[in-house]
Design a protein around this ligand. Structure first.
Ligand code: A2P
Length: 323
């Protein structure tokens, strides 16, 4: 799947990216998965400091480039993200350099602020955990992201990242940023799948020239929501996949691409890594059928509020509509 988009600063970004969050977390799993992904043809890797596997991603990129001299570093789009405990100006700059060292790169293509939450650090390597077992929130930096964003702009100007952006930002937070940002965020990476179509936020981002990126585009296949039905169990979605001779994942990826944003499927299974990259064409009728499934839904699988001790979406929690 060679589809690309162009960010507001002119940078080209492949539409399908490979997610590197390793749920198993076992040593070597990320290296193996990224190697299969690069061999399959993925040219976009979505990483994060928090995934604690940038070393393995970096090893896989280095070895792949060595074995495939026709592919250049510049052919691969690499994203990584700064974690919550490193939001102070000098910490952001420490973090990007630390990620670059682990990835064995001299720039990333995209650097993101992972969550709109700033927390106290316990040294550079980990967040401070309070007596209640949760992160120690830095209120000022959480309510006003200007210091953090200035650091992002600094590393962008230095060329350490070809583009910068945010992740898990809400519309009010983006509106706030627009007031002080000299460089507007190029992307907002958020959870999107048919159970969380996120229409309002997606449309807002498009209207501001911020490209949305969908994480968990497959609807967190292994997670069972409190409502009982998994995305993978949905009858209509499965029928669309079966009648076209496609996998459900291929339908979900095609739906995201037809809506015009980046999709970031992840898998550690070589067969699924390969089939997820095989593009299928979703007919207008099937596209509308998936839209219909998505209509009125708003079920979030990823909300680390219990870990963070801070809820980005308190109005959803009040409605009990997240996992
Ligand atoms: P696996 O690594 O065993 O393939 P999400 O990104 O939406 O949270 O979902 C990722 C999960 O979906 C992973 O656990 C992954 O498991 C699974 N997955 C990825 N691709 C497919 C696929 N084509 N079919 C079924 N499950 C998939």
């Amino acid at each position: 799947n060679g589809k690309t988009y162009t960010l507001s600063n002119g940078v080209t970004i492949p539409a399908v990216g490979f997610g590197t969050f390793a749920s198993e977390g076992s040593k070597g799993e990320t290296y193996a998965a990224v190697t299969v992904a690069l061999r399959t043809g993925y040219r976009h890797l979505d990483c994060a400091w928090f995934y604690l596997n940038e070393d393995e991603v970096g090893d896989a990129i280095r070895d792949f480039l060595k074995e495939n001299p026709s592919v250049k570093r510049s052919d691969i789009f690499v994203t990584t993200k700064v974690w919550n405990h490193l939001h102070r100006h000098e910490d952001v700059l420490w973090s990007v350099q630390n990620s670059l060292d682990r990835l064995k790169l001299d720039y990333v293509d995209l650097y993101l602020v992972h969550w709109p939450i700033a927390a106290e650090k316990d040294g550079h390597e980990k967040p401070l955990i309070g007596a209640d077992g949760k992160y120690v929130i830095l209120k000022d930096l959480t309510e006003n992201h200007e210091e953090t964003w200035r650091a992002m702009e600094t590393l962008y100007e230095k060329g350490l990242a070809k583009a910068i952006g945010v992740s898990n930002w809400t519309i009010p937070q983006l509106e706030d940023m627009a007031k002080f940002a000299k460089v507007q965020p190029h992307v907002n990476q958020i959870e999107i799948h048919p159970f969380l179509p996120n229409n309002e936020l997606v449309e807002y981002c498009f209207s501001k020239n911020i490209l949305p990126q969908a994480y968990s585009p497959l609807g967190s296949q292994n997670q069972v929501p409190t409502t009982g039905e998994r995305v993978a169990d949905n009858k209509t979605l499965n029928e669309i996949a079966e009648k076209g001779g496609n996998t459900l994942a291929q339908v979900l990826i095609a739906w995201g691409l037809k809506r015009g944003y980046v999709v970031l499927p992840k898998s550690s299974n070589p067969k699924r890594i390969e089939s997820n990259f095989k593009s299928i064409e979703l007919s207008d009728a099937d596209f509308e059928a998936v839209n219909k499934v998505a209509e009125g839904r708003h079920f979030r699988f990823v909300n680390m509020k219990d870990t963070f001790g801070y809820d980005v979406w308190p109005e959803e929690t009040a409605l009990n509509i997240s996992a």
